[in-house]
Design a protein around this ligand. Structure first.
Ligand code: F6R
Length: 622
């Protein structure tokens, strides 16, 4: 959600900012802009509704340059997507330029006060008040430098903000501050960077500072200083990021999403390895016996990983688990205390609702354990302990590899807890099953053609249903979410047994139902559900390790998966068999098939897969 990049250094800032904005596209945006401190001693601002090529075309027509600039990709909250509402915003005198990520909750009051003092606004945004207020303070407190001004402004703002600010009176200084929105500072050999996320600066440096809450960074071309809101200097650690530039590039794939799906065997292997590496100390230190309840809270796919986790935890640990959407948890006055383990799952570690849920849980005394992908993120820093997934940068908006890595961390945590509680004797066997996942994932990924072929005939579907029972139901939720977010096809996930309580009325001739069947104990039950929908006209795609037609082994992908040559004589049921695995870990294999299915459906519809409409990768506002 909104991307910020700023640069001050020896090189022309414009191409650097544009490249950085391209790396931030994944966050979701509807307009983009850049402000350069130009030779005339004022800001050249170019901003444009639409995607980055539109901004680049404007810059090609009227080039600008300078050694200091800020850029922004905007995801509209206040005011429609338009050129004028795009960032950067400048004050009426063109003395201050600002880019903002977040929401200023008291912007109306500030705006009214400034209007009463004769300042006119040009946009409908909440963000413009920051530029106007900063310019007003700069004039009012003439002894202030830009850092003082930013501190004054930040003390007035309510809500959330990450800001990069330039002042015409300090042409060599960039100032950044954050509250409830991420910002990193990158240090390279030719200049300093401000960015919403590490991929934006990886081309230039992998050495970063993580800016903390209400910390201020003051950047010059060859130095950076940090301050608190009282302007007391802060010491911060320069950290080296292990992500490579390649990991943030498409690497020959048409879409990041496909690249990230394909990376999964390696990522699963790395995440499994982390149990004896970077995550080991945390895993060893956790004592499950001190808790009488587990609450898992997260959003979107991370929530779906939490639903999988509930089945795994309850079955192996025999401990009661609740799963709550973070947006609900934060306002429900949750019943948690010192004896509750609250698990937060988040790829970005910056999801506003998840952060709020974490803070709520901590304020009630609960112990918080986070499962996070982005090192240095707010959730990873504020949770009591954090287990990292080793997924690397995830660029496609629809999560794939980070979701899979979350599942693996959950399995390992659960098996460890179950052993601690004396609930299982087969710890080694279960770890061996988890360790077999990367190879089994690779087996599936070696046969994408069959899934692509099936997906190609589903492009015209108006609605697709996903059904499963028990842990298969948990992964049906993810299959459905993945499909709707990138293909824009309506879909719903149902527990198989629930169909007859209402949804079955929606089944008609040729409705597609994707049925998941990896849960051996309930195979007969899900097959009854399949029969119920087939007899009402549905076509079924049956996916699982319990079914025949294992395309990964029997070499009959075409026959097994072609919808008109299904395994039933009338062609109503097509089958994608999966490698055998302990049923509790089967979501990892089903997820990969479902990700590929969604991907190919969306690809056949010619959609913008990596940046689906209306969605942002990291939802940093409520
Ligand atoms: C779906 C997806 C989203 C995220 C959700 C939480 O493909 O990516 O549903 O899972 O926005 O994001 P994080 O994990 O960053 O907290």
């Amino acid at each position: 959600m909104c991307g910020i990049i700023g640069y001050v250094g020896e090189e022309n800032a414009v191409p650097i900012i544009i490249d950085g904005l391209k790396k931030l596209e994944y966050r979701g945006y509807d307009s983009a802009g850049i402000a350069v401190f130009g030779e005339g001693g004022f800001f050249d601002v170019v901003k444009q509704k639409g995607r980055l090529p539109a901004l680049e075309a404007r810059l090609a027509d009227a080039p600008i340059e300078g050694n200091m600039a800020i850029g922004h990709t905007r995801w509209a909250t206040h005011g429609e997507p338009s050129d004028i509402n795009s960032h950067p915003h400048v004050g009426s005198e063109n003395k201050i330029a600002v880019v903002h990520n977040g929401i200023i909750e008291n912007y109306k009051e500030i705006k009214e006060r400034l209007e009463q003092r004769g300042i006119s606004f040009v946009s409908q945004t909440d963000s413009e008040v920051i530029a106007q207020l900063a310019e007003y303070y700069l004039q009012k407190y003439s002894g202030d430098d830009l850092t003082d001004t930013v501190i004054r402004v930040a003390s007035v703002l309510e809500g959330s903000f990450a800001l990069a600010v330039m002042s015409a009176s300090e042409p060599d200084t960039l100032v950044a501050i954050r509250k409830d929105n991420p910002l990193i500072i990158g240090a390279s050999g030719h200049g300093m960077f401000i960015a919403s996320d590490v991929p934006a600066v990886l081309r230039h440096t992998n050495r970063v500072y993580y800016l903390g809450e209400k910390e201020i960074a003051v950047l010059k071309k060859d130095s950076v200083q940090f301050f608190g809101m009282d302007k007391a200097p802060l010491k911060k650690k320069l950290e080296t990021v292990s992500w490579s530039l390649d990991s943030a590039e498409k690497g020959g794939y048409e879409h990041f999403m496909l690249k990230e799906i394909m990376e999964q065997p390696a990522i699963l292997r790395e995440t499994i390895r982390s149990a004896s590496g970077s995550n080991k100390d945390i895993l060893d230190s956790l004592d499950i016996a001190r808790f009488d309840k587990i609450v898992i809270t997260a959003c979107g796919s991370a929530y779906n990983a939490g639903v999988v986790a509930r089945y795994v935890f309850e079955r192996l640990c025999r401990i009661s688990v609740e799963v709550e959407l973070a947006s609900e948890f934060r306002y429900k006055d949750a019943i948690v205390d010192e004896k509750t383990l609250v698990i937060l799952i988040s790829q970005s570690g910056e999801t506003a609702d998840t952060i709020a849920a974490m803070r709520e849980a901590k304020s009630k005394g609960a112990f918080t354990l986070a499962i996070v992908n982005v090192v240095g993120s707010t959730v990873s820093k504020e949770a009591d302990v954090c287990l990292f997934t080793a997924a690397g940068p995830e660029i496609a908006v629809a999560t794939t590899k980070a979701f899979s890595a979350q599942l693996v961390v959950i399995y390992m945590l659960t098996v460890r807890f179950a052993a601690q509680l004396g609930q299982i004797s087969e710890e080694a066997e279960l770890f061996a099953e988890i360790a077999s996942l990367p190879d089994k994932a690779a087996e599936i990924l070696a046969h994408t053609d069959a899934i692509a072929k099936y997906a190609s005939v589903c492009v015209g579907c108006k609605s697709i249903f996903f059904i499963g029972r028990n842990i298969d139901y948990a992964i049906a939720l993810e299959g459905s979410l993945k499909l709707k977010e990138i293909s824009y096809i309506h879909s719903e996930a149902y527990a198989g047994g629930e169909l007859k309580h209402g949804t079955i009325s929606l089944i008609e001739d040729n409705t597609l139902v994707v049925a998941l069947a990896s849960c051996e104990r309930l195979y007969g039950k899900i097959m009854s559900n399949v029969e119920q929908v087939v007899s009402r006209g549905a076509k079924v795609l049956l996916i699982g390790s319990c079914v025949g037609g294992d395309f990964a082994r029997d070499g009959e992908p075409d026959d097994a998966t072609a919808p008109d040559k299904g395994v039933t004589p009338d062609g109503k049921i097509a089958v994608i068999g999966l490698p055998k695995i302990h049923e509790l870990f089967s979501p990892s294999l089903s997820a990969i098939v479902l990700q590929l299915f969604s991907y190919y459906v969306a690809a056949n519809r010619g959609l913008d897969i990596d940046k689906p409409r209306n969605l942002a990768k990291s939802v940093t506002v409520e």
